[in-house]
Design a protein around this ligand. Structure first.
Ligand SMILES: C[S@@+](CC[C@H](N)C(=O)[O-])C[C@H]1O[C@@H](n2cnc3c(N)ncnc32)[C@H](O)[C@@H]1O
Length: 247
């Protein structure tokens, strides 16, 4: 991630309300990513051309009927699935669950389509779009059992904290689309971001932290190691998993 051109790209600032306990704005759109136009491999290009119909969701300003994807026990949304390896692994391991992945990085979307085709998955759909808009415009109320945000961009600098996905405004959006007692699962290798997440959840009354110690949980077995996790571990970072439950 380059941080030099963010000022120029961050055009989404709106009048902001501050929450009491932290400085996260509550009424602005969240621009949590910088879109990089990375080169596509031939395989990714081929997958985008040929497998989008099988797995792709086109963005539209219209609420989705998730039943059109089949009859599933559970529905999970993953935000920012990167190259899709861990998302595909999870979909393979839980065929009764519908996984929807949102990612803005086109090569990652291409790679996820390749893998989904290779494994003949029937329970994976992907959208190449900003997850915040996808949630707002396309997801019906109370349709998700879990939302997972694995190794989100940590936005290290204080002036960029407003670009972190996990903040009260975004949690409000997630609250609308999660089923009662639905789970928000966040994992990060940036401990200050993990601390920030715990603080955000402590500052709002519509999610509870499921940790017995009030902060982190053991990594759940269902979460495979991700690419960015491996990168963080190589750098000596510690990984934190968090489960926050909708009240
Ligand atoms: C640091 S990477 C982590 C990727 C993957 N989860 C992993 O652990 O390997 C964060 C990803 O989130 C994506 N992302 C960030 N904000 C997003 C948003 N609002 N909608 C969709 N994708 C987003 C970025 O494009 C990036 O690929």
């Amino acid at each position: 991630m380059t941080e030099n051109n963010e000022k120029q790209l961050d055009t989404s600032s709106q009048p902001q309300n501050k929450t009491q306990d932290n400085q996260a704005p509550i009424n602005r759109e969240i621009k949590s990513f910088v879109r990089h136009h990375g080169r596509l491999t031939a395989g990714q290009q081929n997958a985008l051309e040929n497998y989008w119909e099988d797995f792709g969701i086109d963005f539209q300003d219209k609420v989705l009927d998730l039943k059109t994807f089949g009859d599933f026990n559970q529905v999970v949304l993953e935000i920012g699935f990167g190259n899709g390896e861990s998302l595909v692994e999870m979909a393979k391991n839980s065929p009764g669950t519908l996984f929807i992945g949102a990612e803005v990085h086109r090569p990652g979307v291409g790679r996820a389509l390749m893998l989904a085709h290779e494994h003949e998955l029937k329970n994976l759909r992907v959208i190449e779009y900003d997850a915040v808009a996808f949630i707002d415009k396309m997801l019906p109320e109370q349709c998700l059992d879990r939302v997972q945000v694995f190794f989100p961009d940590p936005w290290h600098k204080k002036r960029h904290f407003k670009r972190r996905l996990i903040q009260p405004a975004f949690c409000q959006k997630l609250h609308r689309v999660l089923k009662p007692k639905g789970i928000l699962h966040v994992a990060t290798d940036w401990v200050p971001y993990a601390e920030h997440c715990v603080e955000v959840i402590d500052s709002i009354d519509f999610f509870n932290n499921c940790s017995p110690t009030g902060d982190y949980i053991e990594k759940p077995d269902y979460r495979p190691e991700t690419k960015f996790e491996r990168r963080g571990l190589k750098l000596g970072h510690e990984v934190r998993d968090m489960h926050f439950q909708k009240c």
